[in-house]
Design a protein around this ligand. Structure first.
Ligand code: AHZ
Length: 282
């Protein structure tokens, strides 16, 4: 018998009354208030996969005073982390990423040099729920970053100063509809975690390449040992105002891909958060 069974009398059961417009106002008022609040964010994280959500978790807890917007092109969060690899459920993380899984309070099985969480979705949904509980974070899903905001700096260079956003469904129709202008978010730091190249992946790296600001070096073939160390090592501010984490880094640094092992995604997210904290504290 579950605890709430005594609460409901199914013979007389009825919901409290509601008018449809109340539902509409309850949603839209809050959404537009969030758009207003986060139009000036402290940090924007692009991509809510394993590396992006890890960065958000570390940052938002370390600095409750910072406003952190997460922009996710998909309706659902998680990126490549709803399955462990191919269509298999379990998720492998090489040590020492087990520390982060312990901190989240997720159970796992231990093997000699790695751990196994029973379902990748357990990891990503638990991480996401912990991020969304934090008061200084807003997730804008079904929204994509379709350009970067840049500014000239005093020393004659350029820095990234925000993102240009649109509903993903709108972004997908720029070729067959007349101009549908976007929206913007200003921020001091952008952390790009958009994954490796694909229809939308590696977005910020590709945009900087298209402007001639950085060089494009394509992702190398799979080598788990080299790839995971390289992704964590290379997690950094690749361009003023833009930190890159996770698999997106492979597209500018030509790291190998690592396939279905997620330790580097987690620890790259942790390192990206620490890089952002260092920038904020200097
Ligand atoms: O929808 C994308 C996904 O959720 C989102 N995204 C991509 N472009 C975007 C844009 N605006 C907003 N322009 C965008 N969102 O970014 C998320 C990327 O998540 P991911 O899981 O693909 O990247 P990750 O680097 O966090 O994790 C990579 C996981 C992989 S791929 C891989 C391999 O191919 O070998 N191995 C691992 C562990």
């Amino acid at each position: 018998m579950y605890a709430t069974s005594a609460v409901y009398d199914w013979d007389t059961f009825k919901f409290e009354p509601i008018r449809e417009s109340q539902v509409s106002r309850a949603m839209t008022r809050r959404y537009f208030k969030d758009l207003d609040t986060y139009a000036e964010s402290d940090i924007v994280i692009v991509g809510a996969g394993s590396s992006g959500l890890t960065a958000a978790y570390i940052l938002a807890r370390a600095r409750p005073d910072l406003k952190i917007a997460i922009i996710e092109a998909n309706v659902a969060v998680g990126g490549g982390c709803f399955l462990g690899g191919q269509l298999f459920s379990s998720m492998v993380l090489r040590k020492p990423a087990d520390n982060f899984i312990k901190e989240l309070g997720i159970e796992y099985e231990e093997e000699e040099h790695f751990i196994v969480v029973k379902h990748a979705a357990l990891f990503i949904t638990k991480l996401c729920s912990k991020v969304l509980e934090l008061p200084n974070v807003k997730l804008f899903n079904a929204t994509c970053v379709e350009d970067l905001i840049t500014r000239p700096t005093e020393d004659g260079k350029v820095r990234v100063a925000g993102v240009v956003t649109n509903w993903t469904l709108v972004s997908m129709h720029h070729d067959d509809q007349s101009c549908m202008d976007p929206n913007t978010i200003n921020a001091k730091i952008i952390i790009s975690c958009t994954g490796h190249d694909g229809p939308m992946g590696a977005f910020c790296v590709k945009r900087l390449v298209s402007q001639g600001y950085i060089n494009r070096n394509q992702m190398g073939c799979l080598d788990m040992n080299r790839a995971e160390d390289a992704i964590v090592k290379n997690t950094r501010e690749i361009f003023p105002g833009l930190i890159v984490a996770g698999m997106e880094l492979s597209e500018c640094d030509s790291c190998n891909r690592m396939g279905p092992t997620f330790g580097a995604m987690v620890l790259s997210g942790v390192k990206a958060a620490e890089e952002a904290l260092n920038i904020y504290e200097t």
